[in-house]
Design a protein around this ligand. Structure first.
Ligand SMILES: Nc1ncnc2c1ncn2[C@@H]1O[C@H](COP(=O)(O)OP(=O)(O)OP(=O)(O)O)[C@@H](O)[C@H]1O
Length: 563
């Protein structure tokens, strides 16, 4: 369906739904939609628009009003008004200018209020996962463990299912609406990650402390109450925070410590990390941390080895990574080890890949949510994955007062991974050989010509060396949202008119809400992305995204004309 069609259909549906009173959760929102379209005053229950006016504009407005008043009281107007036609025109133009700015401010205020109301509506809607963890599952004996499904440098991952105790712990099911599920995933819907414990000690406290970053994506019921208390009491201030659920971030449903068992392939594949009890030459501790998650069919890297997504699908995949990164940033977490092996993948009912960021072992998650890390010695860990380290991280030299700002580092890595998504070698891996600390932006290889121009633009911007010229994950995601679904809102604009954008947002919200009423389709990747966008709306971020797009398009136009 074209955007135009979608919008007009959305409006049409919105109108009938409003009449029928179908938009339950959007009661107030519906009134707002109507009020805004008909330009009537919003309901008295609505939050005072003044509260939404950004401080910058409040300042301009006050200054302009003050200036006008001062000019008037000084008799400037009378003198000008009574003077030459040229002066009269100048004064008239000044008044018009103030009027126009007032109108612009009014538009902005209305748009900000619209954003806020839309955000409130979509924030209320909880993420519904089709993965239902069992109600117990805090012991290794609660699980049947199958084959190994993966291995990294810190852990081995096995497929798993709940031991049968149907009334208490029925095996988690994938929702019927999900795409075709492979038989092995039906038998083993869970994955258990067994960390390798060398040197952390064997007490639960010590293990939780040493491997605390792995708990960042753990859900609220992941730890048994006593262990939750250990993590809070024993290491308050040391243990990192936990992030809330998001469709593009892995959810750890259980985390517990247990004695290391002898699992399939252990003696052959990782004998050195086994405890002496299982291998006399092994260096591992007797106990370790286990993390229970949903079992995903493959990693992004595995998927890309066998298929190249189409351009639209590829754009949706990049967008999902940006949404996941933005969610982490907002909660004060930098992943620091983003690569295609650390992204898991499944399919929605349309066959569209859903991406999930996993493996938080290297993340930065400081108690105060600060994404800046003091870098005063070489002992400070900069994070994993040197090839995909953002330039500002890779080039940092330790010293007094040096701080590494990670707030846009993951976004840079998404830019690099995007090449893989569009069927190209990652420019920062050996085959191409660029180094993140020394590359020049003009050395970046071109993306395939079929990749939409706006998407190419986003990737270029993400890979900017200078983080202050690089969009944040949120702004880059907004650029893709605008490009995928809001093209009309930006057409023929040389400046970013908010009214058009606000109208588009209202249409988009109506469409998404109505789609959500339609049942299973609500779990599709596109719908999730749109909900994520609407629940994180911020006027300034949106304006910046539109600005980046328009700037990039203008640059492109200039290049074409001068070629
Ligand atoms: N939930 C899961 N479902 C399916 N496969 C998984 C899951 N979690 C991990 N894997 C597989 O196991 C591999 C290793 O997992 P993971 O990256 O978490 O281990 P790690 O030792 O922490 O890795 P690294 O070497 O990056 O530190 C992954 O690359 C993937 O192939």
């Amino acid at each position: 369906m074209s955007v135009k069609h979608a919008i007009s259909r959305g409006l049409e549906l919105g109108r009938s739904a409003l009449q029928l009173g179908l938009l339950k959760s959007g009661g107030r929102f519906a009134a707002k939609l109507r009020a805004d379209r008909l330009r009537v005053a919003p309901s008295s229950r609505a939050v005072q628009p003044q509260a939404f006016l950004p401080s910058r504009y409040r300042y301009y407005r006050t200054s302009l009003k003050g200036l006008a008043a001062r000019l008037q009281s000084a008799g400037f107007g009378r003198r000008l008004g009574g003077g030459s036609p040229r002066n009269r025109a100048a004064f008239w133009a000044f008044g018009l200018g103030v009027g126009l700015i007032e109108q612009q401010l009014d538009d902005d205020r209305r748009s900000a209020a619209t954003c806020d109301e839309i955000q409130a509506v979509f924030r209320k809607k909880k993420i519904q996962s089709s993965f239902k963890p069992c109600t117990s599952g805090y012991k290794l004996q609660d699980y049947i463990i199958g084959n190994q499904i993966g291995k990294g440098s810190n852990a081995a991952v096995y497929e798993a299912a709940a031991q049968l105790a149907p009334q208490k712990c029925s095996p988690p099911q994938l929702g019927e609406e999900e795409g075709e599920t492979a038989p092995t995933l039906r038998t083993f819907p869970m994955a258990i990650k067994m960390m390798w414990n060398i040197g952390a000690g064997s007490s639960s406290e010590a293990i939780f402390k040493a491997m605390s970053q792995e708990l960042v994506p753990a859900g609220p019921l992941a730890l048994k109450r006593e262990e939750e208390e250990i993590t809070l009491d024993g290491y308050f201030g040391v243990l990192p925070k936990r992030v809330s659920a998001h469709p593009n971030v892995i959810r750890v449903s259980r985390a517990f410590t247990a004695d290391v068992p002898l699992l399939p392939g252990a003696q052959e594949e990782y004998p050195d990390v086994l405890p002496a009890r299982l291998n006399p030459a092994g260096l591992g501790n007797n106990r370790t941390l286990f993390l229970v998650m949903k079992n995903y069919p493959c990693t992004l890297r595995q998927y890309l080895k066998v298929s190249t997504p189409g351009h639209r699908q590829g754009s949706l995949m990049v967008l999902q990574l940006l949404e996941g990164v933005d969610h982490l940033c907002r909660q004060g977490v930098a992943h620091r080890d983003l690569k295609s092996d650390n992204v898991l993948l499944e399919f929605d009912s349309d066959g569209c890949p859903r991406l999930v960021i996993t493996d938080f072992g290297c993340c930065l998650a400081q108690g105060d949510s600060d994404l800046r890390l003091p870098f005063n010695s070489t002992y400070v860990d900069k994070g994993g994955n040197a090839s995909l380290m953002a330039p500002e991280v890779a080039t940092a030299v330790p010293g007094r007062g040096v701080v590494i700002d990670y707030s846009k580092a993951d976004a840079w890595a998404v830019g690099a991974i995007s090449y893989e998504i569009f069927g190209q070698p990652n420019p920062f891996y050996r085959a191409v050989g660029l180094q993140s600390e020394s590359f020049q932006e003009k050395q970046l290889p071109p993306l395939p010509s079929g990749v939409p121009a706006d998407v190419q633009l986003v990737i270029r911007f993400l890979l900017r060396r200078n983080p202050s010229k690089r969009p944040s994950a949120r702004v880059a995601a907004n650029m893709l949202h605008l490009s995928l679904w809001g093209r009309k809102a930006l057409v023929n604009q040389d400046s970013v008119g908010m009214r058009k954008l606000a109208d588009w947002l209202l249409c988009q919200s109506a469409v998404v809400l109505l789609k959500g009423c339609g049942g299973p389709s609500g779990n599709k990747v596109e719908a999730e992305l749109q909900r994520s966008f609407l629940s994180n709306l911020d006027l300034e971020d949106l304006r910046t995204a539109a600005g980046f797009l328009l700037y990039g398009r203008a640059q492109r136009q200039t290049c074409i004309l001068s070629a």
